[in-house]
Design a protein around this ligand. Structure first.
Ligand code: GLC
Length: 469
């Protein structure tokens, strides 16, 4: 009953998204009308796809075979990343009158996005042709996705990081074309480190805690009551799984479930790491951090109100933007560890995937290969600091100049710690939900780190049937 309700909602949500995205159901054929879409997405409607194809509109796609394929691409969330992806889609549309792509914003939260995809797939909906999938989802979603190797990807995957290609290959099928990779980073204010006499960023969590407190006290004394030491992602969602895995792994507490399918979370180092993070809430981190996703952390940081931030690379370009209060005043490095050198970055990243229920998998794969190409990945690295999945781009001179942290921190990204998605597929989403819910209870003072690791371990045993270490 509840599920049915969810499916209905999801179908309605997708229908609404499509309406907003398309304006008209078949854009190439009906460029003139610009219907009621304004209400829903006012800013974007000013210059949507209609303008991107001025030349073609006169003698549209009827020319050649006469067939125009229209694809729906459920993609980046609203905001600068979405804006840039939309521009890329508009470029494609201008160059490919026979395959027109509707860009649709997806939800900001990976957890919400997963729910939406699952409902779309369960309904075997043909409404979405392709979508971006998280690095943790190939195993969970494989049954709904086409093998891109059958549509031309086999010729290009050799140029991508082999570990990502392997991650995206399920029972021999390539269900996701690598689009960008991700790794958790420590952002720090170079001006404030100087001001308070620190020679460099912290290498241990204890140092970070001490430095954050000192800078916060000093800045507040000077009158900025909104200033905080450290912001991160503390809401109960997939992002918290990423942050908590970093605290735990960098403390020697393992990766929840090991690649050989043993549950490893019930250990003292993991419990202590969770208690450490709970100790930050309301001291060096705002009490509201237990409701923060990436963008809430970035808002505090980019407003100039935090000394340190844990976030993904996307926040780099935005922070260096002319309009940003902290442009030129920060740098990024690897996250701290319990001991110096024990740093861990959670492996993130997104892939392009084509739905099995799409009536046009060939056209969808063609577009995916284009927007995932070296040239387009380079554009995304330069403009929105998303990490390429093609190693050659880390040797590109322009990238080294505009986003120097990319080549500099390459070892951090290539050694990033994977969440246990391959070991637990197709149940990873449930594993992660159990994990982040219990971690959230530690952050909000509802249970101790020790109780949390015991509870997680027991729940995972039940769920997966795996044994505890
Ligand atoms: C980033 C990562 C993704 C992760 C998500 C969590 O988008 O690329 O892998 O699941 O953050 O919020």
């Amino acid at each position: 009953m509840f599920r049915k309700y969810l499916v209905l909602i999801s179908v309605a949500v997708i229908a609404a998204m499509l309406f907003v995205a398309c304006g008209a159901p078949s854009p190439a054929a009906a460029p003139a009308e610009e219907p009621a879409a304004e209400e829903a997405a006012p800013a974007e409607e000013a210059a949507p796809a209609e303008e991107a194809t001025p030349a073609e509109e006169a003698a549209p796609a009827e020319e050649a075979a006469g067939e125009v394929v229209t694809l729906n691409f459920l993609s980046s969330p609203p905001g600068p990343e979405g804006e840039f992806t939309k521009q890329q889609v508009e470029q494609w549309n201008a160059e490919n009158p026979d395959i027109q792509v509707n860009f649709i914003n997806g939800p900001q939260s990976a957890t919400e996005r997963y729910g939406l995809y699952l409902q779309t797939f369960q309904a075997q909906s043909a409404d979405i042709d392709l979508m971006q999938i998280d690095v943790i989802w190939p195993g969970d979603l494989a049954e709904h996705l086409v093998d891109l190797n059958e549509y031309g990807a086999a010729d290009v995957v050799g140029s991508h990081f082999p570990a990502i290609v392997e991650n995206n290959t399920v029972d021999g099928a390539l269900v996701g074309l690598p689009w960008f990779t991700d790794g958790g980073l420590l952002y720090y204010r170079t001006d404030l480190l100087d001001k308070y006499g620190y020679e460099g960023p912290p290498t241990t969590w204890a140092e970070l805690t001490e430095m954050a407190q000192t800078i916060q006290d000093g800045e507040r004394e000077e009158g900025n009551q909104d200033f905080w030491g450290f912001v991160w992602q503390g809401k109960a969602y997939e992002g918290l799984t990423c942050d908590a895995l970093e605290w735990i792994y960098s403390s020697g507490g393992g990766s929840i479930i090991s690649p050989d399918k043993t549950i490893t979370i019930d250990n003292e180092a993991a419990a202590a790491a969770l208690d450490m993070a709970a100790g930050w809430v309301g001291t060096i981190s705002p009490p509201g951090v237990t409701g923060f996703q990436e963008e809430e952390s970035r808002a505090v940081w980019q407003g100039g109100n935090a000394a340190f931030m844990r976030n993904w690379p996307y926040a780099y370009s935005l922070g260096q933007d002319e309009e940003s209060a902290i442009a030129g005043l920060f740098d990024v490095t690897s996250l701290p560890g319990a001991e110096a050198g024990q740093s861990a970055a959670t492996l993130g990243g997104w892939q392009l995937a084509v739905s099995k229920y799409s009536p046009n998998p060939e056209a969808a794969a063609k577009f995916a290969l284009w927007i995932g190409s070296e040239e387009q990945q380079k554009a995304r690295a330069l403009n929105i600091s998303l990490l390429p999945t093609i190693p050659a781009l880390y040797e590109d001179a322009e990238i080294a100049e505009v986003v120097p942290f990319m080549p500099n921190l390459l070892p951090v990204f290539t050694n990033a710690v994977a969440r246990p998605s391959t070991a637990s597929a197709p149940q990873y989403n449930e594993v992660s939900t159990t994990f982040f819910s219990n971690v959230s209870d530690v952050l909000t003072g509802k249970q101790s780190g020790e109780d949390a690791v015991i509870n997680i371990s027991l729940e995972l045993e039940d769920m997966t049937g795996f044994a505890t270490e």
